[in-house]
Every structure is written in structure tokens, then in C-alpha cells.
Design a protein around this ligand. Structure first.
Ligand code: 13P
Ligand code: ZN
Length: 274
């Protein structure tokens, strides 16, 4: 099968394009990765052109031998649809989860995203926690969430509660809450360790003054999660731009009633009295 015609590749490209259209990917901002299923690897492997092994920059033993689709470092989401072979690649991990090699794509050179350590460490945490169900890790630069990191305390409890309050669907879409990573140098193992620690508990991690990471089972759920959190942040920004306080809001009691009817568990620590 032609690589670009495979359904999982099409899904990857569409998600990147959707993110571009939302305005979350200025220049080369953001990156996307997908843990490919064995049968999907099998279906496209005739297209492989295998390159040299390279160090990942961290160790992910639980992902040994797995394949990933991943956007290229310095590549633009804008171009994923227009020149896919130049914009992303498929990589294979070695038997220790320490090195990767490109097996398809990035035809004009380059390497996977500089956030590869964060992507892979998040994949590892999520694979283990969900019995292999989660397959997508998405990093974007959505303006409203980033704006909030300048005015809200950088605490999981505050971001979760404020964003839950801004749209009734939020506690149902991300019942576990949101984690916050303080400002750190991006692109390395240190920020990857901090983010993947939060991903043990949450599906969303905010990077202060930078962006957001979302994790999910498939492209729709992961994109939808990013979209829901960012829209909630947009409502927060609008509300706070109109007046400094809220006349009314969703109360802890309301959240408890919502949790009952929608059969979600909302951790008590987010339902504090203000
Ligand atoms: P890459 O171009 O290396 O993916 O980096 C973009 C980015 O958003 C870094 O956090
Ligand atoms: Zn970034």
C-alpha cells in the first residue's frame, strides 16, 4: 500500500492540518506523534527507506521495538498536507528503547521533533497506564492557555478548577484535571521527565509560557481534548476581559451533581470552596 494512502497516515495529516487551521502552530510551533499498530506497520513496510540509528536522548524500555509517526524538527504543520514526505517521518525504536531510526519520510533530511523525549516518555507512561489504548501525543501552542499561564498561579488545582468552570462539558471531557509544568527549557530530557510525571495522573499538561501537551486514544479524542481545553481558556480570557469577577458560575455542588449524572469521578481536591 502507498504510505500516504494508509488510513492512520491520513488521520495524522488531517489532525496536523486541523491544528494549523486553529492557529495553534505558528512557524514550526508544536509537534505530533502516533504510536503505530503492528498491522499498520505491516501494511506500509514496502515503502521503507531505512536510515542510521540515532540516540533518542532518553530511555523508554516499554516502547522497545515500536514504530511512531512523528513531525520533523523545524517543520511546519502548515506543510504537512502540502509536502508530507518533507514534514514528518516514521521511526522505529531499538530493542532497548534508547535509539531510533527513520524508516520513512523527512526526505530532505532533518530529524524528528526536538520534543521527541517528551513525546516518547509520555507515550511510555500512557501505554503502561491504559493497557496500550493511548496512541497519540500532541503538543500545540494555543494562545489562550498560554495567556493564562501569565495571570493564574501555576498550580494543577487552579488551572483545573478555573477551566472546568468555563464550560459545562469540561469536567466530563477531562475529569482527571490538568497538570502544570513551570517554565523550563524545552526540548530536553528534564522537561520530558516533569511532563511524563504529570501524565501519570492527567491527560493534559500545560507548559507555562509555552503551550500544552494532550494525550489520547486516537486522533479525534486527542484533538478534541486540546480544542476543549483551549476553548475553555478562551472563555476565561473573554470573561476576565469584561470584568474582574464573575457574577455567577458553576459551583462545587453543581460539579458533584454533574459527576453523578455523567458517571465521572471528580477528585475532591479540585472542588475546594473559594
Ligand atoms: P520542533 O520544531 O523541534 O518540533 O519544535 C517545536 C516546538 O514547539 C518546541 O517546543
Ligand atoms: Zn513548543
Amino acid at each position: 500500500m502507498n504510505f500516504l494512502e494508509a488510513e492512520f497516515v491520513q488521520g495524522f495529516m488531517r489532525m496536523a492540518d486541523d491544528g494549523w487551521n486553529q492557529g495553534w502552530h505558528e512557524r514550526n510551533g508544536g509537534n505530533l506523534s502516533y504510536r503505530v499498530k503492528p498491522e499498520e506497520v505491516e501494511a506500509v513496510k514496502d515503502n521503507f527507506e531505512i536510515k542510521q540509528w540515532q540516540p533518542v536522548g532518553t530511555t523508554v524500555p516499554a516502547l522497545a521495538g515500536e514504530y511512531f509517526l512523528v513531525t520533523g524538527s523545524g517543520k511546519y504543520f502548515r506543510n504537512v498536507m502540502i509536502k508530507p514526505e518533507d514534514s514528518f517521518c516514521m521511526i522505529e525504536l531499538d530493542e532497548k528503547g534508547e535509539n531510533y531510526r527513520i524508516v520513512w519520510g523527512l526526505v530532505n533530511g532533518g530529524r524528528p521533533t526536538s520534543e521527541l523525549p517528551s513525546h516518547l516518555m509520555n507515550h511510555e507512561v500512557k501505554k503502561l497506564a491504559t493497557d496500550g489504548k493511548y496512541r497519540v501525543i500532541y503538543h500545540a501552542h494555543p494562545a489562550n492557555v498560554i495567556a493564562l499561564t501569565f495571570v493564574l498561579p501555576l498550580k494543577d488545582e487552579v488551572f483545573t478548577r478555573e477551566l472546568w468552570e468555563m464550560a459545562t462539558e469540561c469536567p466530563v471531557v477531562f475529569p482527571d484535571g490538568i497538570g502544570v509544568v513551570p517554565w523550563m527549557v524545552p526540548g530536553g530530557r528534564e522537561i520530558a521527565v516533569a511532563t511524563s510525571k504529570l501524565m501519570k495522573e492527567y491527560d493534559v499538561a500545560v507548559w507555562a509560557h509555552h503551550g500544552m501537551f494532550a494525550a489520547g486514544e486516537d486522533f479525534d479524542l486527542t484533538f478534541g481534548l486540546m480544542h476543549t481545553v483551549e476553548k475553555s481558556a478562551e472563555i476565561y480570557v473573554k470573561v476576565m476581559s469584561m470584568r474582574p469577577d464573575k457574577l455567577q458560575t458553576i459551583t462545587p455542588e453543581d460539579f458533584k451533581n454533574l459527576a453523578k449524572d455523567f458517571k465521572v469521578t471528580l477528585p475532591e481536591r479540585f472542588l475546594y470552596v473559594k
